[in-house]
Design a protein around this ligand. Sequence first.
Ligand code: SF4
Ligand code: SF4
Length: 396
Amino acid sequence: MINSREILESFEGRMREFIDGENFKKCIQCGICGGSCPFGFYTDFTPRKIITATRAEIVNEVIESNAPWLCTSCNLCTSRCPSKIPITDALIPVLRELAMNYSHPPDELGQALTNIHRMGNSFGESNKKRTKWSEGIGFPVKVLKKGEHVEYLFIVDDFGSFDLRGQEITKAIAKLFRILGIDFGILGEKEKSIGDHVRLAGEFGLFEEIAKSNINELKNYSFEKIITMDPHAFNSLKNEYPKFNFSKDVIHYTQLIDERLNDIKKILHPLNYTVTYHDPCYLGRKNGIYDAPRRIIESIPGIKFVEMYRNRENSFCCGGGGGGIWYDSYIKKYVKVRPAEERVLEASKTGANVLLVTCPIDAIMFEDAIKVTGLEGKLKVMDISELLLESIGKGV
Ligand code: SF4
Ligand code: SF4
């Protein structure tokens, strides 16, 4: 039997350790969080109700419910909360941490975390396979050695390294770098999970261990900036790793392409697509990068670009963040229409025949949702890098 007072005290103690963590006491019960949440209808406790539960001293009931796990860390509630409560970075992960100690996480989440701890990646694969995406690419991809220098260290992270769809996107991005003459290298088997999903899953101890170990490894290499394709890796490297004395510049690949747009425009050919663009939660809402991807899209001749109703800071979640992609079957038990399904239906209603993404998790989630919703043949998912390559032309 869980002691409700002990849980409440643990919860309050942990919240005090986060910047603005104690703001949960200032909740005005406006309900904006639950109204914004993709799972607001399905969760046993919305953030508003979680806070009510702290007042009623029944946090123990929250951690035994589906509430800690029916959150994909989309950050929409946090961005709208008038009391500035760090719901996504603190409230939910702290509940998850407690749930892991006193209850248990969905099985697949536990498995992914074990894989990261043991193997350095959530897929449980040998890290030697980190470079598999580069097979057949047609040029050598530099695996950085100690003492060698590159301008950009390309961090791929897990989904771009091990997922088959993710690998295609990584390949497309590397080809673009090559076309633009960008001096880049990868860490190959020395790369390990960056860990943003681990942090959001409430495994703060494991995240700290991962971050410190990665920072130590990075000290062995000479590079000017980190470039990544993964918005979660981008977020952690940019906003979380500096808490452990890490100070390298980090950019998302779309930012570099945007900087080099004048060079790219000269080699683009017209394409006949109507496209819409999904802002990934951790590129857009969390880190404010909305315009670079749109400038790239609009630079492609022949393309008709239409916005979805929910765009930019109001973008809707794909459902895969914060570990959601690992425990999709748990989410399916509680949710009638998954966020990715809702999103591809929204994309299709714009009249677009291509849904553009800039995150490998989005591509994986949306392609599955397209099959489930019967949109195959009507809507296809492309990463912006893939659309650019198609416009540049065959033979690259
Ligand atoms: S949006 Fe913020 S202030 Fe409003 S109910 Fe939710 S947590 Fe409370
Ligand atoms: S972060 Fe997103 S999924 Fe999680 S509670 Fe807030 S709105 Fe819901």
